[in-house]
Design a protein around this ligand. Sequence first.
Ligand code: FMN
Length: 241
Amino acid sequence: MNVLVINSSPRMERGGTALLVDVFLQGVKEAGAQSEVIYLQKMNIKSCLSCFSCWVKTPGMCPQKDDMTDLLPKIESADVLVLATPVFVDGMTSRMKALLDRTLPLLMPFFEIRDDHCRHPRRGTSKQGKIVLLSVSGFTELDNFDPLVHHIQAIAKNMGREYAGALLRPIGATIPVLKHMGIAVDDVLTATKQAGVEVVQEGRISEGIMQIVSREIVPREAYVKQVNMMFQRQLDAQKPE
Ligand SMILES: Cc1cc2nc3c(=O)[nH]c(=O)nc-3n(C[C@H](O)[C@H](O)[C@H](O)COP(=O)(O)O)c2cc1C
């Protein structure tokens, strides 16, 4: 089994998204699967031109020559496709959206009714694998992920892939800081790793594991206070003497 992680965080290895990805992949490895991580920040992926050449002129191939040429076959052959993105303006990053727009060559132009819904048939070569969403947010509430979850679930259906669950971590980037402060986060990290094991062994992430990954780590009011103090310090440091 192969697991392809596409990480769209501009902060790449330094981000909370990467932290979660790393721990998740420890579980994937432990369960015996192969994995690869792609950082979209390092890739040259142009926006879709909406020319429909990939459907009617050069079926399955985009006329734009950029890093998508190498990436598309990897997406096509992944048993598990992990879309890893921070919440940006209540959704996925623009890089992730650009990438997903460019997966149109994996579909055929025709319309069909599937699951009582109008969709495009998958091109013969593309795999009927799984999709996992992995995301971190800056805000504290779990409902900040709602638009993203609905979006990825819809994408999974249109791609003909099974939605296998989501690792959603509010205030995700602060986990190392919280750990340093002595606040207990080990269960969150252990559950993230277990999610990797479950995806490989069961083909999905269990509800209980998803809940632990998303659980409240610090009370909201205390967190808001700390964040505001940090930003105030940074602003004060910019002031002339
Ligand atoms: C342009 C931009 C938009 C953001 N929008 C949201 C948002 O709508 N909701 C939210 O909870 N966090 C938002 N954030 C915070 C990020 O989700 C948070 O900083 C996250 O940890 C970034 O991921 P990273 O640590 O992998 O870089 C935004 C950050 C940026 C830079």
